[in-house]
Write a protein that binds this ligand. Structure first.
Ligand code: NAD
Ligand code: NA
Length: 396
């Protein structure tokens, strides 16, 4: 079967397994080309199959020598399609890690379900005894509570006055004028249920209860704040309110872990990057494409893997984490550089559907999205048949 990209709006309807393997290999090669990390050796990653969770897993395994258990919600090949990129990331990650003598356990399922939590805790006890670090990196639009039958959906709206602006449509490679309405208070609450800290708290409670956290264990969750430019949609958006809850949870977990095991918890405020999740945030996409252009020009551009390597190599995560006065670990330091943001704030209002390909790094933005799904990678023959029988035999 020859696999070609299929886009509907900002959703990828196909992925290229061999390209996913190549994208993963690029991440592995990058961390191996850097120095070895002094980092935790037994790590649980919630949301391990793509984006920040996968990059953290690669850095810890291939530069830090860690054994990992990764939880994710992905689908394999079936009658319906080739499956999701994250599925192949899991399969190929496991192969590569085991080749180096590292344990790499994948658990596929809904991380919000207590039954899955119990299963994972048992596997940790069996395979690792305890873990030294827990990384919370879920990005999703939905959380179901089995006990009550409730189902929460997150929305990407503002909590202030309605906002208007351009958004990138990847399918048509054009800008579209979009209106972002004000969320109802119920929508904001529901978004917080999904993307706030409750799920993180449940995991740490379950792990502590089972004595599955080693003395001094740390937990971190990925977050975002962003500049004033995107504040109406991000910081003051429903997602920003959910992140505030996540940060409050970090403070609570920090006290809880400190008392129980001498451990700690903190949010990692990362930079804006192209991921499966972020391309949906209206207006952010134009900012991000502009940010990419300016950071590349300055030589400060990073992807998930560079961010995650820096997290452990120079921000002290897993050892003595370097936190700001609000107990946040900042990986957005280069994005929020004053001179850079001043330049972006000046250019942003001048962007139009006619000039955006010149003023922003639209090509780089689009390329990163394609690469997430295994397309446009150097060294992959896209004219060649993909052996789907071999792909179906892969195990996560
Ligand atoms: P992503 O979509 O690449 O990864 C999300 C992961 O969560 C995947 O592994 C997916 O399988 C998993 N997942 C989703 N629902 C699940 C469920 N119910 N059960 C188990 N696994 C589930 O997203 P990402 O961009 O890496 O986001 C991870 C975190 O990083 C989020 O908290 C996000 O807000 C944060 N972050 C993102 C950016 C950005 O620009 N992309 C910047 C800073 C922080
Ligand atoms: Na992730």
């Amino acid at each position: 079967m020859i696999i070609t990209p299929q886009l509907t709006g900002n959703i990828a309807r196909s992925c290229h397994p061999i390209g996913c393997r190549q994208a993963l290999q690029k991440q592995i090669d990058y961390v191996k080309s850097q120095g070895a990390l002094n980092a935790p050796k037994r790590v649980l990653i919630l949301g391990a199959s793509s984006g920040f969770g996968l990059a953290a897993r690669v850095a810890l395994t291939f530069a830090g020598g860690a054994d990992t258990l990764g939880v994710s919600f992905e689908r394999g090949p079936s009658q319906k399609g080739v499956g999701s990129a994250g599925w192949y990331n899991n399969c190929f990650f496991k192969q590569a890690a085991e080749k180096e003598g590292r344990k790499a356990i994948n658990v596929i399922g809904d991380a919000f379900q207590p039954t899955l939590q119990t299963q994972v805790v048992e596997q940790i006890k069996q395979a690792f005894g305890q873990v030294d670090m827990v990384i919370y990196s879920l990005a999703t639009g939905r959380r179901d509570i089995a006990a009550t039958g409730e189902s929460f959906r997150s929305v990407l709206k503002t909590t202030g006055e309605p906002v208007e602006g351009y958004t990138v449509n990847l399918e048509t490679a054009a800008l579209e004028w979009t209106k972002i309405p004000t969320a109802t208070s119920e929508e904001t609450t529901h978004t917080t249920k999904v993307m706030g800290g409750e799920g993180w708290q449940e995991w740490i409670d379950a792990l502590l209860e089972a004595d599955a956290l080693a003395p001094g264990a740390q937990t971190l969750a990925f977050s975002y704040l962003g500049p004033d430019l995107s504040a109406p949609v991000y910081r003051f958006g429903t997602i920003g309110v959910a992140k505030e809850h996540l940060h409050a949870t970090a403070n609570h977990l920090n006290e809880q872990l400190n008392t129980a095991i001498g451990g700690s918890a903190y949010p990692v405020v990362a930079k804006a990057l192209v991921t499966k999740a972020s391309v949906f945030i209206p207006v952010m996409s134009v900012y991000l494409a502009l940010l990419m252009k300016k950071m590349k020009a300055k030589g400060s551009h990073e992807g998930c893997i560079e961010q995650c390597y820096r997290l452990f190599a120079s921000k002290g995560a897993g050892a003595t984490a370097i936190l700001d006065e609000d107990r946040q670990l900042r990986l957005d330091d280069w994005e929020l550089d004053d001179a850079l943001q001043a330049e972006i704030a000046q250019i942003y209002p001048t962007i139009t559907p006619e000039n955006f390909k010149q003023l922003t790094d639209f090509n780089g933005y689009r390329h990163d999205f394609m690469a997430l799904n295994g397309f446009e990678l150097e060294g992959v023959d896209y004219q060649a048949e993909v052996d789907m029988e071999a792909m179906a035999a892969l195990k996560p």
